[in-house]
Ligand binder design. Structure first.
Ligand SMILES: Cc1ncc(COP(=O)(O)O)c(C=O)c1O
Length: 478
């Protein structure tokens, strides 16, 4: 057991912010009591990270504290949700202020916050993406986007990528294309096709010129830096799906994460998304960008992930980082598409409630005032380069990828064949990092991808610490 609020250091220097280095006391139920309640009163399908789950009771910016007073660097941000920092003072203040003013009325009355927020959020969007529907979760946002796509186009068929994650509601479960996240129910896949994933690392085609990233795969391909042939091959495959599986001219839409999140921070081959969006539109459909993980400056170069694909989608869905941990999500679209929801009544009790809207406004302000998009770029590039150095030292790291602070490192058993490291071996390294005070995420279909998507306030000292800890953990187990 580490001493209170200490953590192991190697070469890394550590920031000594007194706010975040003093472990707060824990006065809640004991660890054993919590485990017993979880077993007795919470659903058995709830999963936890690590063999012995952490009991986290306090968070400050990029730091989390457990019941023993141990501090952790949080590189997963509550699954890409804590965008500007745990308990960020400005967001806290906005929420406290709203708590004292008005909690809830629903939208049967006018209340100011939803309007202030809708205007502010819409100002962040390009083109004619000016109409906002507020909801409470990413699944709800994608549910609504599916409905909008079908109502607006009057078509039914929707495309997503294999390895995509778009939610777990009965409607969006069909969009999600991981067998591990699917229940066997009639109708889940009704009208949904999962197309080949243009993944330059483990996909059929792709290599060292195929990604829009400062770090490329180590895979050989015959693409040129200016011409990605892999994109052409994947695109031909998509054309075949249209040829054989979609009623002619009757596509409702296509969903894509701008970088796949749950699937392991997977980037697509260069130029594919733009070509796919054009093909979908030619066939009567609309293009939906799921920015649940990639939005709000995380990818560094742009505020929205879709901008790096050089497209303006017809619908954008957002959740997670939008509320820094407060339940809030949104669907933004054009006035024409939004109009299709007037064909019947649609209602969401909490969508855009005053508390959520106050938080959403504060999150946008903090991103701007603290230049968090710029920080994502600088610190993210620093992280990517550091991971690339580790890749050159350890063959167990097969790939390093991402943009800004949306990063993945894929662990392999065989680098030449790109075979995944077993979950068991991966977890040894991952757990060791946790023991040394750094929390990484886990993802990818085989659970062999280290996911790095921290609050966007992390700094280079934090990265040094994380790289140091990762290196020690790899050395301890490989
Ligand atoms: C890209 C993406 N879309 C949608 C969702 C669903 O969001 P929620 O869990 O808030 O329903 C997730 C959740 O991880 C996600 O990563």
């Amino acid at each position: 057991m580490l001493p209170k609020s200490a953590f192991i250091r190697g070469t890394a220097t550590v920031t000594t912010n007194p706010e975040t280095s003093i472990a707060p006391d824990y006065n809640g139920p004991s660890y054993d009591e919590i485990v017993a309640i979880r077993k007795k009163n919470l659903g058995p399908s709830l999963k936890h990270n690590f063999k012995t789950p952490l009991l986290i009771h306090n968070g400050k910016m990029q730091w989390l504290f457990d019941n023993n007073g141990k501090r952790y660097l949080d590189l997963f941000g509550g699954i890409v949700t804590v965008s500007v920092g745990h308990c960020h003072p400005k967001v806290n203040a906005a929420l406290k202020n709203q708590v004292e003013t008005l909690w809830h009325t629903t939208n049967i009355y006018l209340h100011p916050k939803i309007h202030e927020y809708a205007e502010k959020l819409a100002s962040k969007m390009p083109g004619n993406l000016k109409t906002v529907y507020f909801v409470n979760s990413g699944s709800e946002a994608n549910d609504l986007a599916m409905l909008l796509a079908r109502l607006y186009t009057k078509n039914f068929d929707i495309l997503t990528f294999r390895n995509a994650y778009h939610g777990m509601s009965p409607y969006t479960m069909g969009l999600t294309a991981h067998s591990t996240w699917r229940f066997s129910l009639p109708g889940v896949n009704n009208g949904i096709q999962h197309v080949q994933n243009p993944n330059p690392y483990t996909g059929k085609w792709g290599g060292k010129n195929c990604r829009d990233s400062i770090i490329q795969t180590m895979r050989n391909c015959d693409c040129l830096p200016t011409e990605c042939k892999a994109t052409e091959y994947y695109f031909q495959d998509l054309e075949e799906v249209f040829r054989y599986s979609i009623p002619v001219g009757k596509c409702a839409g296509m969903f894509a994460e701008s970088i796949q999140g749950v699937g392991g921070s997977v980037q697509f081959t260069k130029g594919y998304i733009k070509k796919a969006a054009e093909l979908v539109r030619k066939n009567g459909g609309i293009f939906i960008s799921d920015e649940v993980q990639t939005g709000f400056g995380r990818t560094g170069d742009y505020f929205w992930g879709f901008e790096s694909h050089d497209i303006v989608p017809d619908i954008v869905t957002m959740a997670k980082g939008i509320g820094n941990g407060f339940p809030l999500a949104a669907v933004v679209t054009t006035p024409e598409i939004a109009e299709s929801l007037t064909q019947a009544s649609i209602f969401n009790t909490f969508g855009g409630n005053p508390l959520a809207s106050a938080v959403g406004i504060a999150v946008l302000d903090v991103i701007e005032e603290e230049k968090l998009q710029e920080n994502s770029l600088t610190v993210g590039n620093y992280f990517l380069k550091g991971l690339d150095e580790l890749r050159s030292k350890f063959r167990v790291i097969g790939d390093v990828r991402g943009q800004g602070l949306m990063i993945g490192a894929e662990f392999v058993a065989d680098r030449d064949e790109r075979l995944p490291l077993s979950r068991e071996d991966f977890c040894k390294i991952w757990e060791h990092c946790k023991d040394l005070g750094v929390l990484f995420g886990q993802g990818g279909f085989y659970g062999n991808v280290l996911r790095i998507k921290p609050p966007m306030c992390v700094n280079k000292n934090d990265v040094d610490l994380a790289l140091d800890v990762l290196e020690r953990s790899i050395k301890a187990h490989i």
